[in-house]
Design a protein around this ligand. Sequence first.
Ligand code: SF4
Length: 467
Amino acid sequence: MLDRIREWERRTRPADPAFAAALARRWAELPDVVKTPGQVLGRFGVGCEGTHGVFPACDLACTPCYHSRDANRVRVDGAHTRAQVQAQMATLQRLRGPRAHAQLIGGEVTLLPPDDHAESLLIMRRHGREPMSMTHGDVDDDYLDRLVLGPDGHRRLDRVSFAGHFDSLMFGRRGIPRPPDEASLHPYRRRFVERFARLRREHGVRSFLAHNMTVTPVNVGEVADVVREVGAMGFGMLSFQPAAFVGDDRRWREEYRAGDVSADAVWAQIERGAGTRLDHRVFENGDVRCNRTAYGLSVGPRWYPVLDGDDSRDLRVRDEVFRRLSGIGLAATPRPLLAVKLARLVARHPCVLSVALGWAARTVRRVGLRPLLRHGVRPLTFVMHRFMDAADVAPAWELTQQGVLSDDPRLRETQERLAACHYAMAHPETGTLVPACVQHSLLDPKENAELTVLLPMPTARRRNGTR
Ligand code: SF4
């Protein structure tokens, strides 16, 4: 009995000691240039993670495409996927600590048989990872049913996270193989969201949905409209990726570094669509030259930041969150357990309650009671993630491996960004982590060439049971 009480006491401690230690390690490893007041890494999270080489093939064609030339010559093989996901997650757990968000990514995830897809997600959860499946969104209800329900018809996944990639630079989508513009994809985006609403209705499966869009000079002028239209569809995150020269060079079509697709220009388009300034310094995820993030609340047609960077009281809320809620792991902790942890936190630090109530009162005042009651509130996060060009990453990584810091401003910036990388991929064979930029720029080509031998294509590739 005494042992059970001790175990309960340990489990309901506000901060998980292993996660707190992982955060401290992460902070210590960050370069000074990103140790800003708003830095999330090392204070609240350890960053995002992704798989590689687990199912490289895709059945759409994008311009640009970050997959290497050989990706589509590798057979999708569920046993390989499960074994690799297991090995990579074990390495991430050992090096990055007990919990993080991780993307099941590589090629197109829905080419995996649903059983292998589901088992991969469960493996990730068993390693403390909250998984997100990355898809081009051309998926059927039947596939999703077979994903969340086991062969016996019982629910095996209570919640799923999907990122749907939709943009007019992708070719081969059923019903619209060559989209003339972004607006023509809105019905497909809406249908994607509706499929998950149906999963909730019919099977009680909750979901979190992100929308990804690559941005080039061709579609940058449509970003604001996408933000306005897609922001109202039910996605919880809208993420924009200015194109980079990485991956399959046969798919590089345009100049991606022109002024109208610079970080500031794309962010300005997102702001135009959101109808307000988006302060990306309140919370930072790694280096702001890689990532910009604005967390907020959608209330009817308007968007409000969760914290106002111009209000010192809100910045105090942020600092209190970092100080008091660090190590709790809000997202991955089951709700009843989280409630007990928070109750214990408030009992120990009653000031947390007054800070939280002050923030809630200010937020209601900003938004207005009537809009709140009329529309309700929905979290909506804006993200911009800028991969780097392979031509910069290769020499920068080489210098980093040698312990040399370049004097060349461009290479120096690349090295700094790699050192503060928010998005890691694991190599179980060497027991190391690499930035996703390094994976895609340097390691994917060799890895995929080897996989073409290990997993050669059958003469004709078939989509697994969904078409
Ligand atoms: S280094 Fe590359 S992968 Fe890492 S956060 Fe920056 S752009 Fe993303």
